[in-house]
Design a protein around this ligand. Structure first.
Ligand SMILES: CC(C)(COP(=O)(O)OP(=O)(O)OC[C@H]1O[C@@H](n2cnc3c(N)ncnc32)[C@H](O)[C@@H]1OP(=O)(O)O)[C@@H](O)C(=O)NCCC(=O)NCCS
Length: 180
């Protein structure tokens, strides 16, 4: 996805979606700082006080043509990001056929259709870039994300037990897959 597109959220707000580039590093770090302070972070591996992501590595990751990092902007503010990372592109056995996907959106913008819109672009990019299966992992309590993924055609194919201890409870991870 090379151009930016406008998208109208269910609440009527118009936002812009485009590829995150290396030059967006500072905006991404600000976004993570906000995200970890919100409720959504407890459904992810992000946490308050986490070390800042390495600048060089992050820029290489954003600019790598084997990944797609999409950002959603409300004006100048980055309010959501969605990623697909191809696994084993150089490995002749794996051939980069699997794409690991994930999305995080600031609390204020949840359940407004943005997650579904992100998924459409991610799936389109996957099809155009030789990805044959998508994979995602979600805590078993993350009903919104499970709903979002199942609506996009993912199926639950496995479970990892007791992967994280959050609010006094051990959480399981569902592994989800969508074969393209
Ligand atoms: C998970 C997430 C990416 C979904 O994006 P979203 O913009 O909130 O979801 P959408 O508005 O696009 O909803 C898509 C579908 O998800 C499901 N969904 C959304 N909100 C839901 C809720 N509160 N409860 C149950 N299902 C819900 C519905 O099936 C919905 O389809 P519908 O609107 O036709 O009913 C987003 O909520 C998020 O960033 N959450 C915090 C971080 C996180 O959990 N990330 C994923 C795990 S790493």
């Amino acid at each position: 996805m090379n151009r930016s597109v406008k998208f109208k959220l269910k609440n009527g707000k118009i936002i812009t979606i485009r590829r995150v580039r290396g030059t967006d590093y500072d905006a991404m770090m600000k976004f993570f700082d906000k995200f970890v302070k919100g409720k959504g972070a407890k459904f992810t591996t992000q946490y308050p006080g986490q070390p800042k992501k390495d600048k060089e590595k992050s820029i290489a990751l954003y600019n790598n043509p084997n990944n797609l990092f999409l950002g959603a902007w409300d004006g100048d503010e980055l309010i959501g990001e969605s990623t697909i990372t191809r696994v084993g592109v150089d490995n002749p056995y794996l051939q980069g056929r699997t794409g690991i996907t994930g999305t995080i959106i600031l609390d204020k913008y949840l359940s407004n259709g943005l997650g579904s819109q992100f998924k459409k672009y991610i799936i389109k990019w996957a099809r155009e870039n030789g990805v044959q299966r998508l994979e995602a992992e979600v805590y078993h309590t993350n009903i919104r994300s499970l709903g979002n993924l199942i609506k996009a055609g993912y199926n639950i194919i496995g479970i990892k037990h007791n992967v994280a201890f959050i609010d006094g409870q051990w959480l399981n991870n569902y592994i989800l897959e969508k074969v393209l």
